[in-house]
Ligand binder design. Structure first.
Ligand SMILES: [Zn+2]
Length: 232
């Protein structure tokens, strides 16, 4: 009998120990950066505020693992294999990327919870990895938004689309305005132009002549043709 009780008690202690071993690290885990590896890509995800919505964290991570491998494959196979996303409690912009690190404002995510494809735009900057002074800034941002337009998984719910062409638009206005221009070039002048522009900037071979080589037109003439086509 004594033996029986000792064994029972030992068993109970063991069970408690196993429970603690299982759940204690999980409780700590939630407050620390999460590291997730899938198919050769590692994401370090750090919400500075441990109470940041867990479902939203999963959605942002899902955009990363859905689109980053695709963009690496399609644009730059030498992209980083390891990326950090920080949900910043103090940053008052939207998001930015630098050297494999993406920062997203928590305030923005709370205001625009469906805008999860900010991740698609920002991971494209990591894929771009252009050296300094490799090309015009409007084109860097235009390509990132063109990619968001093409690869984004929640643009519609995020109420994000390419704007109709307006009188005061110009390709130098960057972001979606430039993205729409790039999309027109892809559809009407040169399929694959964006990939070639992207590669040229990474290799630092971008010059204004690239537009002529790709489309037979200089950049300004191309813009004029785009405006004319939209009026027709
Ligand atoms: Zn950007």
């Amino acid at each position: 009998m004594l033996n029986y009780f000792t064994r029972q008690s030992a068993q109970r202690t063991l069970n408690l120990g196993m429970l603690l071993a299982l759940f204690l690290p999980m409780a700590l885990f939630a407050q620390q950066p999460q590291t997730i590896t899938k198919k050769g890509y590692t994401l370090h995800f750090h919400a500075q505020n441990p109470d940041f919505d867990a479902v939203q964290q999963k959605r942002l991570q899902n955009v990363f693992f859905t689109n980053y491998p695709k963009l690496v494959k399609d644009f730059n196979k030498n992209s980083l294999k390891e990326v950090t996303i920080t949900i910043d409690t103090a940053y008052d912009g939207v998001a930015y990327a630098h050297n494999g690190k993406i920062v997203i404002a928590q305030a923005w995510m709370e205001k625009m919870p469906e805008d999860i494809d900010v991740v698609t735009h920002e991971v494209m900057h990591i894929v771009q990895a252009y050296p300094p002074r490799s090309g015009p800034g409007w084109l860097v941002e235009g390509i990132a938004d063109y990619v968001r337009y093409k690869y984004g998984i929640n643009n519609k719910a995020g109420n994000w689309s390419l704007p109709e062409l307006k009188e005061d638009h110009h390709y130098t206005k960057s972001y979606r305005i430039s993205a729409r221009f790039l999309d027109w070039i892809e559809n009407n002048k040169k399929k694959g132009a964006v990939k070639q522009l992207d590669a040229a900037m990474r290799e630092k071979t971008y010059t204004p002549e690239i537009w002529v080589n790709l489309t037979g037109m200089e950049l300004d003439a191309l813009w004029d043709a785009y405006v004319a086509a939209n009026k027709a």
